[in-house]
Design a protein around this ligand. Sequence first.
Ligand SMILES: Cc1cc2nc3c(=O)[nH]c(=O)nc-3n(C[C@H](O)[C@H](O)[C@H](O)COP(=O)(O)OP(=O)(O)OC[C@H]3O[C@@H](n4cnc5c(N)ncnc54)[C@H](O)[C@@H]3O)c2cc1C
Length: 415
Amino acid sequence: MRDEVRDCIIIGGGASGLFAASYLKYLKPSLDITLIEKMPRVGKKLLLTGSGRCNITNNNVKTDKYHTDCPDRLKTVLKSFSVNDTVGFYENNLGVVLTSKDELYYPLTYRSATVLDALRFYIDERDVETVLEDPVVRISDSNNGYMVALSSGKHYSSGNVIFACGGRSYPKTGSDGSSMDLIRSFVEEDDIVDFTPALVPLNSDKQDIKNLAGIRFTGSVAVVSEGTEHERSEGEILFSKDGGLTGIAILDVSDTALRLIREGKKTYASLNLTGSGAGDVLRMLYIRRQLFPVRNVCDCFSGILHRVLLENVLRDCHINPNMTAASINDNGLALLSNTISNWMIPITGSKGFDDAQVSSGGIKLSSLTDNLEYSKSRGLYFAGEAINVNGICGGYNLQWAWSSAACAARGVLNV
Ligand SMILES: Cc1cc2nc3c(=O)[nH]c(=O)nc-3n(C[C@H](O)[C@H](O)[C@H](O)COP(=O)(O)OP(=O)(O)OC[C@H]3O[C@@H](n4cnc5c(N)ncnc54)[C@H](O)[C@@H]3O)c2cc1C
């Protein structure tokens, strides 16, 4: 069978692959492009984003919101296709009106299908060939650059391939990490970081927090190991059914916690249960002890935090919940306020890829050029989660998908 020759082949029809196709067509309408997707539909993961609302980007995109092996190149890529460029391209070319709330951008419809449809229509109307339900099974050298073989037996070849196969998170959406094997004959082993779950609920072996399942609060979490605070995040925190922790603040620090555990370090999530400093909490406790001295401790302080949570904290402080508030001395109050502000929960690991919003790992950013071409194999470009870049919650990961796709597209066209 003869190869079908194309100007560019895009492998993967997720956020980054679809955006790369759109941007290539915007820059050069005559370009002959084939986009190959293994699932029956493109953009399965994109549809799930932001709980179906698609948090498309964030006004506050900076390198410190991401984990990567090469922050300098990350900065270059995010700058070369910025949040303003994203908003402009969606509004002026793809026809999606965006709205922002607390720095977070969403489509005005608050529907991820609006974003997916806009990308699909744009590339369909511009004659991008989209091949569905036909995974790429091999990439090899050819006279035209690369030969891309599909499971159906079809072959395409091109001097430019954009590898946009995603990471390993939510494998039921199509990205299960196995496609990294396709590039192993071109890419040195040292340039690939194994995928691990990121933005993922954390597990704890602290048995006596299982009764807290379903309780949520707005506070903050610090990842602490060997007496050092490594990362902190604020927002919603939720105790999960199996004695673990989840919520946006937990997901945001999960990558750091897991890295420390992989390094063999005893790691804790230090929870601030009220979001206030220990001094403020101590003042609240004093005031309540003065107001309600004859109430039992639980009844006296339950206005400060969830009653069941308070009972657990009291137990860890060895304070009997049935004693009167007046009988707790100042040292007891200080211990209680410190524990409410820094409740140390040991972290033992995390849920798996099925529950991870993104994965960390992929091809090292340091092994790519500023246009995200593999520095040791001309014409092989990367985009999205397949690259070793992962951000916190809030639109940062999709911004990476858009910026990296645009950079790879510019690389293909050498502009
Ligand atoms: C539940 C959930 C909610 C999220 N919410 C947000 C959010 O609101 N904001 C945000 O910024 N980020 C969010 N993310 C993260 C965001 O969805 C990802 O960062 C983004 O989708 C990555 O895009 P991608 O194109 O790199 O990978 P993917 O979207 O995973 O696309 C890769 C595609 O490649 C295809 N593929 C793989 N191998 C092959 C092959 N061999 N041949 C052909 N095709 C192949 C896959 O089927 C898949 O369609 C969320 C993620 C999840 C799971």
